[in-house]
Design a protein around this ligand. Structure first.
Ligand SMILES: C[S@@+](CC[C@H](N)C(=O)[O-])C[C@H]1O[C@@H](n2cnc3c(N)ncnc32)[C@H](O)[C@@H]1O
Length: 310
């Protein structure tokens, strides 16, 4: 068993801290990515259907951003379901580059897209989007639009989000960024979206323990932890936690990790934005808002951003 992998080191760093935490990127192994796709279909999970509605309703404005000859680069592409709305509307794209950390799921998705869009080169890249992303060299000088849907930006700390946006704004050829962001709303709607009746989000969260058992020699008893979604009003974010049902000691990558009864591991943040709050983050990252598209209930927004230094 390898105990010095990036996953093992990152897990130990978080589990030996107080309070305990895990980086949400580890939620997405192949099984986690598949469970996330189930979440997007849940009645409580308004973000996917709302963002999809905005993309469809505003497709004329969005396809005007995607000019012929451009490369469309998607960050955290998952199953690339929403992307199909853009791919159906855009003509003459030079390539579509889905970027994701979940390698096998990304390759399967790319295969499906190649069949559905035989005229568009599909060039998947496995990468952590919070670091440097190496795009296929042949596309270096091409004009580019980045697509970052799903309010995945809300999973990142403000500084990480701004640093990532800053790197994107400096990409050679970058012309626009189309970014989905979830908006502040009533607490019940938010909590229900991350704690569904069917328990699918709980399974998604607990899969992290399953993954540690399989990949880094942990011995978590999944029945001794429960999923919890909490609204943190001060930081404007939903937090996912795994709460220990009893006092227990778990071995992770060869280290003993002690849990008190009721102690939690903080596994994900999903930040909710106002337009003004988001504009400040975008500004720090080198972008200005060219368009801000929302649904009639103002649940979700799709922002079209242009680099300030263009
Ligand atoms: C919230 S899901 C969104 C999926 C899809 N874009 C959508 O809108 O439905 C987040 C996606 O980002 C990927 N992801 C999470 N953290 C990542 C990271 N640090 N680097 C690259 N991909 C990451 C996950 O594997 C997953 O596919």
């Amino acid at each position: 068993m390898i105990h010095d992998s990036d996953f093992a080191m990152s897990a130990l760093e978080g589990l030996q801290a107080s309070p305990k935490w895990l980086d949400s990127k580890w939620l997405y192994d192949t099984h986690g990515s598949a469970i996330f796709e189930q979440i997007t279909q849940l009645p409580e999970y308004y973000p996917t259907r709302t963002e999809t509605g905005i993309l469809k309703d505003q497709i004329d404005a969005l396809s005007a951003v995607l000019e012929p000859g451009q490369v469309l680069v998607e960050l955290g592409s998952g199953a690339s379901v929403k992307t199909r709305i853009l791919l159906d509307a855009a003509s003459g794209l030079r390539a579509y580059v889905p970027v994701d950390i979940s390698a096998d799921f990304l390759e399967e998705t790319a295969e499906d897209l190649r069949k559905a869009y035989p005229d568009t080169p599909i060039r998947p890249v496995v990468a952590d989007f919070t670091g440097e992303i190496t795009l296929p060299q042949a596309l270096d000088d091409a004009p580019k639009t980045a697509f970052f849907p799903g309010s995945t930006i809300g999973n990142l700390p403000h500084d990480t989000a701004s640093a990532m946006l800053d790197r994107l704004s400096r990409w050679p050829g970058i012309e626009a960024l189309i970014l989905g962001l979830d908006l502040v709303k009533d607490t019940a709607t938010l909590v229900d979206a991350y704690d569904d009746q069917a328990g699918v989000t709980a399974d998604f969260n607990l899969n992290l323990l399953r993954r540690m058992n399989r990949e880094i020699g942990a011995d978590f008893d999944l029945s001794a932890f429960r999923h919890e979604a909490r609204w943190n009003a001060q930081l404007s974010r939903i937090e996912m936690h795994l709460v220990s049902e009893r006092a227990q000691t778990v071995t992770v990558a060869g280290q003993a990790i002690r849990f008190a009864k009721g102690e939690s591991i903080h596994t994900e943040n999903s930040r909710k934005y106002t337009r003004e709050g988001f504009a400040a983050i975008a500004d720090r990252g080198g972008w200005e808002i060219a368009d801000f598209l929302t649904d009639t209930d103002q649940l979700f927004a799709v922002a079209v951003l242009r680099p300030k230094r263009a």
